[in-house]
Design a protein around this ligand. Structure first.
Ligand code: SAM
Ligand code: SF4
Ligand code: SF4
Length: 335
């Protein structure tokens, strides 16, 4: 096990397998910037499955227990199930999950299950079709994502987690409907405070609906009570419905930051490591991998990186924080 400057262990690795996406959510990949002519990474610059597997294996040796496959849209990476099938074989991996927008799930989900994927999170910001289309750059209807949800249920992935980014004045009037729908369907809603990730989405603090307000609105319709955290490093604040029928999670990274327990390392598609979601700079692992480094050299490299880690951006963020330039973009590291 390795720990950072604030004694936080390295426990979770989030692997962004592609910078491409079939949606254009304005809070993540605004259409104006990620248009027809945007140059995504060429294949040679993206880590191969072998490189990702090797990296994960070494990190599991250093204490990583949980892997999350994300993107961009992870289902856009060709044969992603083959990667998962290899990652689940790594001894010491306790949990392997994927976050997806759900669009490509119906034809893929059985292969993901067969590969051994443990859990799925599907993002859906609203059940109101006009609201949802606005929030995905008019790439998908609600119905299309719900087809993905149904396919995931049929493949045996229940309960699912359903991610919803809440933006004031955009979808906050639809969160109670979303909570009710997925309560009835037996899945766990996770409401995420809109975050100032990257520099392209024009984030303003006023656009954030605080988790407390989200809870209050749902509580007024369907009474809730707080739950304890499952484990150190769990980022979601959990509440259960008082009628005993299900729970929700809140990712309150703006109003109730959880840096003290942040045990996550993020790997970008081209092999850069980020020790914080709000980092301005990554560390080039690909060069090390491609220079013929031995496993021992990789261990030394990663131990050095993690032990110097001092990130606590969300705890330091205030209303007066001047936006950092060149922050890494969400589509690049996958949340
Ligand atoms: N494409 C997949 C998806 O949307 O589920 C995986 C990658 S996406 C970057 C991972 C999660 O980050 C999604 O649930 C998305 O809603 C969330 N997200 C993206 N930008 C965000 C932002 N600025 N603030 C909060 N959450 C954000
Ligand atoms: Fe694509 Fe996910 Fe970003 Fe939306 S949030 S643009 S689906 S990567
Ligand atoms: Fe972790 Fe950085 Fe988020 Fe704090 S701001 S919880 S250090 S990713």
């Amino acid at each position: 096990m390795i720990t950072d400057h604030f004694n936080r262990p390295l426990r979770d690795l989030r692997i962004s397998v592609t910078d491409r996406c079939n949606f254009r959510c304005p809070y993540c990949m605004p259409e104006e910037i990620f248009g027809e002519r945007f140059q995504f990474l060429p294949k040679a610059q993206i880590l191969s499955f072998e490189e990702i597997i090797r990296t994960a294996r070494v990190m599991v040796g250093l204490g990583v227990k949980k892997l999350r496959i994300t993107g961009g849209e992870p289902l856009m990476r060709h044969s992603i199930e083959d990667l998962i099938a290899e990652l689940v074989k790594i001894e010491g991996v306790e949990d392997i999950a994927m976050t997806t927008n759900g669009y490509l799930l119906p034809p893929k989900v059985d292969a993901l299950k067969a590969a051994g994927l443990h859990r799925l999170t599907i993002s859906l910001d609203s059940l109101d079709d006009a609201v949802f289309q606005r929030m995905n750059g008019r790439r998908a209807s609600v119905e299309k994502v719900l087809e993905g949800v149904t396919a995931a249920e049929q493949a045996g992935f229940s309960p699912l987690k359903i991610n919803c980014v809440v933006q004031r004045g955009i979808n906050d009037h639809t969160i109670v409907d979303l909570a009710r729908y997925f309560k009835e369907r037996g899945h766990i809603m996770r409401f995420i405070e809109y975050m100032d990730v990257g520099t392209m989405n024009g984030w303003r603090l006023d656009d954030v609906v605080p988790a407390k307000e989200i809870v209050a609105r749902i509580h007024a319709a369907m009474p809730l009570e707080p739950l304890d955290r499952n484990y150190r490093g769990e980022v979601a604040l959990r509440y259960r419905y008082q009628d005993g029928d299900g729970e929700i999670g809140l990712i309150a990274s703006v109003t109730q930051p959880f840096c003290g327990d942040c045990t996550r390392l993020r790997l970008s598609p081209e092999g850069e490591l980020f020790t914080c979601l709000f980092a301005t700079q990554g560390t080039d692992l690909r060069a090390v991998l491609r220079s013929g480094a031995t496993d021992d050299e990789l261990v030394a490299f990663l131990t050095n990186l993690w032990s110097r880690r001092v990130d606590r951006y969300s705890e330091e963020r205030t209303e007066n924080t001047t936006p950092r330039d060149h922050k890494v973009e969400m589509y690049h590291i996958g949340g």
